[in-house]
Design a protein around this ligand. Structure first.
Ligand code: NAD
Ligand code: UD1
Length: 342
């Protein structure tokens, strides 16, 4: 099939483009490079061993989007293009509403006009807010704890309304837990702009010498060692889930909303230990105050994704850390540099 990957130069869209190509699909990438670069797409091409059609495009640009739709006959759209930094969304909510929500409306309209009626959408565990119960199931109450989370909730609702209004429109809404790791080649990976907000990229930058020490946000949570517990999943497992979701949309001809996680909770200190094993070096850290808005424990019940899509996470924590570290060690400055693997 021919698939339009919006935000395909980014971390998850890039890894998904690799798996789509491996499974025989033709990928067309569109991205405005607000959080990525052409260098990332060049690396993707190296991984897949073929050129990938690329359009520099903002998803809010309806004319540009229409032009891309008119050049191809897409069977489906995968929509990764969004701003995703929680802290920034609190300072600039309008930018988030505009980029994420207006962008999604433009995408949905362009799809309708081009008669493309399959969508795979990047949602997030953030739609559960601070969950009352773990493991979190898809029917848990939904709530937004910040403007970023609100955009995900609203986008899910917009997509749901469109599915109701158009009996032929099919959407797979994928609620990711904590994606980490990288492609095993070490050629592509996560390359955040500025200081990383998330645990894994921060540890990677400490290990490679770009940052001195990790700050562990709180050790007084009611968890195994007092630090926050999350459901980390390997980005290659996550990428595979998108292709499985696409198959579901085609074969079952139904829409679906599922959690994507391993179903296991891992604490910050457990994660630090696993990473130290993978990198073969110590990660110096300080325990500091809790981060505002953090929950103690969040992990998925991934049973529905298994039942409906046949999907299950396969990589363990050691593989996540090993692949994240390989990427960072080979690319200390992200896409700005590479050391050739042996
Ligand atoms: P990313 O920033 O690496 O990728 C997003 C890509 O979209 C970037 O290449 C960016 O340049 C592009 N983009 C953003 N706004 C755009 C616009 N208006 N027009 C065109 N391109 C635009 O982020 P990611 O980690 O790959 O996340 C992908 C999706 O998954 C996002 O929707 C994000 O909210 C969601 N998500 C990510 C995580 C995570 O931990 N990484 C967790 C849950 C959900
Ligand atoms: C964060 C976002 C969430 C988003 C997700 C994407 C917040 C409040 N939540 O989730 O909306 O969907 O990223 O992956 O920002 N930690 C440290 N030190 C650090 C970084 C993190 O101790 O430098 C801890 C956190 O307190 C948490 C765990 O590590 O317990 C994981 O944090 P992170 O990687 O930021 O993910 P989430 O908090 O789950």
């Amino acid at each position: 099939m021919q698939i339009l990957v919006l935000g395909g130069a980014g971390y998850i869209g890039g890894h998904t483009s690799v798996v789509l190509t491996e499974r025989g699909h033709q990928v067309v990438i569109a991205d405005n490079f607000s959080n990525s670069s052409r260098a990332a797409v060049a690396r993707l091409e190296q991984v897949v061993g073929a050129p990938l059609p690329l359009h520099e495009l903002d998803v809010r640009d309806s004319v540009g989007l229409e032009r891309v739709f008119s050049q191809y006959r897409f069977d489906a759209v995968m929509h990764f293009a969004a701003l995703k930094a929680v802290g920034e969304s609190c300072k600039k909510p309008l930018d988030y509403f505009d980029n994420n929500i207006s962008g999604t409306i433009t995408v949905l309209r362009a799809m309708s006009e081009a008669n493309v009626r399959r969508l795979v959408f990047s949602s997030s565990a953030t739609v559960y807010g601070d969950p009352e119960q773990v493991p979190v199931r898809e029917d848990a109450p939904l709530q937004a704890s910040n403007p970023y989370g609100r955009t995900k909730l609203v986008m899910e609702q917009l997509i749901g309304d469109l599915c109701t209004a158009d009996p032929n429109f099919r959407a797979a809404v994928l609620r990711y837990f904590n994606p980490v790791g990288a492609h095993p080649s070490g050629l592509i990976g996560e390359d955040p702009n500025g200081p990383p907000n998330n645990l894994m990229p921060f540890m990677c930058q400490v290990a490679v010498g770009r940052r001195e020490r990790l700050q562990v946000f709180g050790d007084d949570y009611p968890t195994v060692d007092g630090t926050g517990v999350r459901d980390y999943l390997h980005v290659m497992d996550l990428a595979r889930a998108h292709v499985d979701a696409l198959d579901y949309l085609c074969n079952k001809d139904r829409s679906v909303t599922v959690n994507l996680g391993t179903g296991s909770g891992v604490s910050v200190l457990q994660m630090v230990k696993a990473f130290e094993r993978a990198a073969g070096k110590a990660i110096p850290y300080d325990i500091v105050a809790r981060r505002l808005g953090d929950s103690a424990t969040v992990f998925a019940d991934p049973g529905l994704a298994h039942a409906l899509l046949g999907w299950k996470a396969e990589h363990d924590l050691d593989a996540m850390c090993r692949d994240a570290w390989r990427w960072q060690a080979l690319n200390p400055q992200g896409y700005g540099s590479i050391i050739q693997p042996d």
